[in-house]
Design a protein around this ligand. Structure first.
Ligand code: 13P
Length: 251
């Protein structure tokens, strides 16, 4: 059975002290409640070692927002998958559109990152999604198929360990959300590609999250779709009230 997941992506927000306070507040808010989904917070690298021991691992998984495409060595400023895992973090966001666009992450780089993450026991949350011009030209299926193909070099066993996130770039931080019907249509298409490549069982078990201006007011409608298994949340993950409002969409 696939998991429902609500994952926060803090991006480049929150000082260490603010991040610790946010994680503690979220941990407190979820402590006495039964959740119907897995909850993950993906934080800047420097927060990981402080945040992981602060949260109840049964309730909240912690992840990074990136990792290096090299194992170790003379790569000044980089943080390896092994280092991320050594903090107790269990997840890593890879292929986010901001990394692809601003840091020129190519298919080859992402392939190396995904494989290193898996080698070190991290679950990649692999992001795909089209830009506005591609949506307007009705090329979204083509774009996500190409992006997805870069993780289709994984073995069936390894692919089964990853989480996918569909994030239309035109919906990220813009306040424009994909309609529930748009999300369902492309999530179903993504799942059909996974089924073609790895078979129905792997496809049925694969969690596909929606990301892009997801908020408490639209989460329930988005998550009600059979192929939308939760969300990858940016702005609304920076406030416990909003993030919890989205988690509660599964209750
Ligand atoms: P917003 O929720 O701020 O639109 O960001 C989505 C996102 O990019 C999550 O990775």
């Amino acid at each position: 059975m696939r998991k429902n997941i609500v994952a926060g992506n803090w991006k480049m927000n929150k000082t260490l002290q603010e991040g610790i306070a946010l994680a503690k507040e979220l941990d407190g808010a979820l402590a006495s409640e039964k959740q119907n989904c897995d909850v993950i917070i993906c934080t800047p690298f420097i927060h990981l070692a402080s945040v992981t021991p602060l949260v109840n691992p049964v309730k909240i998984g912690v992840g990074a927002e990136n990792c290096a495409d090299k194992e170790s060595g003379a790569y000044t400023g980089e943080v390896s998958a092994a280092m991320v895992a050594s903090t107790g973090a269990k997840y890593v966001i890879l292929g986010h559109s901001e990394r692809r666009a601003y840091y020129h992450e190519t298919v080859e780089i992402l392939d190396a990152k995904v494989k290193l993450a898996l080698t070190h026991g991290l679950t990649p949350i692999f992001c795909i999604g089209e830009v506005l011009e591609e949506r307007e030209a009705n090329k979204q299926n083509e774009v996500v198929a190409t992006q997805l193909a870069s993780v289709f070099s994984l073995s069936k066993e390894d692919f089964s360990k990853i989480v996918l996130a569909y994030e239309p770039v035109w919906a990220i931080g813009t306040g424009k959300t994909a309609s529930p019907a748009q999300a369902q249509e492309i999530h179903a298409f993504i799942r059909s590609l996974v089924a073609e490549k790895y078979g129905k069982e792997v496809a049925d078990d694969c969690s596909i999250l929606y990301g892009g201006s997801c908020k408490p007011s639209n989460a329930k409608e988005l998550f009600a779709n059979p192929d939308v298994d939760g969300g990858l949340i940016g702005g609304a993950a920076l406030s416990v009230a909003d993030f919890k409002g989205i988690i509660d969409a599964f209750n």
